[in-house]
Design a binder for this molecule. Structure first.
Ligand SMILES: NC(=O)c1ccc[n+]([C@@H]2O[C@H](COP(=O)([O-])OP(=O)(O)OC[C@H]3O[C@@H](n4cnc5c(N)ncnc54)[C@H](OP(=O)(O)O)[C@@H]3O)[C@@H](O)[C@H]2O)c1
Length: 255
């Protein structure tokens, strides 16, 4: 069996109705996991569940608004009721506020982005860690951060700030979660075309921007598969507090 196998494991993915989460559900299913998909657009979740079920994977779709406390709790309990436990929680749901600077955003932008990208990841991680502690088992959390946590460019406020905070949250949760047997790591992708990155990648700046990436291309979904499976599987048993950057060398680039 591959060291990246997820056979027998239950993996939860937030924000699985589109983009990375939609893709991750298939990658995890093919690695043998039982996958629980959550997001607000239940029609899209159901369509993905139907697709993955037809391909022979054991999957469950649940409505989820990560900003809502009860919805977050129901997502975890629904997964436990269906599959008997949770081995990995992937905090993937994320939003941005458009191409705005710090003088352009308002309180609503700030709350929307921080509540989704940071507060919700903390809250789900807290409930999950408490559940693992009650069971006396082990667990694993993968936070989907971003290279915007490290690179400094204009017009990604407060998204980039929320991702930098998520990296710090990952490190502190790793430190504190170890006593409960919970590992906490993060994946920090570079730019890959989805609804979150569309504003930049489909703008006039795009062809110039890509020249700043040493590998001279944006990422593809499949570029994340290996790093995702590393963090989700027992291949990373001695990793916690790590941030795996997948960006074609973007954060190493000269500005
Ligand atoms: N694309 C990139 O270049 C890039 C790079 C680095 C990191 N990321 C990160 O990757 C993650 C996925 O983004 P993406 O690029 O795949 O964009 P996307 O296609 O827009 O996916 C975002 C997902 O988050 C879900 N979501 C948003 N708010 C939610 C809420 N309140 N409750 C539950 N789910 C919610 C959305 O589902 P619903 O609308 O159906 O709820 C959607 O499934 C994000 O954390 C993003 O910051 C993206």
């Amino acid at each position: 069996m591959s060291i990246f196998s997820l056979t027998g494991k239950t993996v939860l993915v937030t924000g699985a109705s589109s983009g990375f989460g939609h893709h991750f559900a298939g990658v995890l299913g093919r690695a043998g996991a039982r996958v629980v998909l959550g997001a607000r657009r239940v029609d899209k979740i159901q369509a993905r569940v139907d697709e993955l079920s037809a391909a022979g994977h054991e999957v469950l779709g649940l409505p989820l608004d990560v900003r809502d406390v009860d919805s977050a709790k129901n997502f975890l309990t629904g997964a436990v009721e269906a599959f008997g436990g949770i081995d990995v929680l992937i905090n993937n749901a994320g939003v941005e506020a458009g191409a705005k600077t710090y003088t352009m955003i308002d309180d609503e932008d700030w709350d929307y982005v921080f509540d989704t990208n940071l507060k919700a990841a903390w809250r789900l991680s807290k409930f999950y860690t408490q559940w693992v502690a009650e069971q006396g088992g082990t667990g694993s959390i993968v936070n989907i951060a971003s290279i915007t946590a490290y690179r400094t460019i204009k017009g990604q406020f407060p998204y980039a700030v929320s991702k930098a905070a998520l990296v710090k949250a990952t490190e502190i949760m790793a430190l504190e979660g170890a006593r409960y047997g919970v590992r906490v790591n993060a994946l920090a992708p570079g730019y890959i075309l989805t609804d979150v990155s569309r504003v930049l990648l489909e703008s006039e700046r795009s062809s110039e921007f890509v020249k700043g990436i040493p590998m001279r291309r944006y990422g593809e979904f499949s570029d994340l598969d290996g790093p995702l499976l590393l963090l989700a599987s027992d291949a990373s048993t001695y990793m916690t507090g790590s941030v795996v950057v997948v960006d074609g060398g973007h954060i190493c680039a000269e500005l």
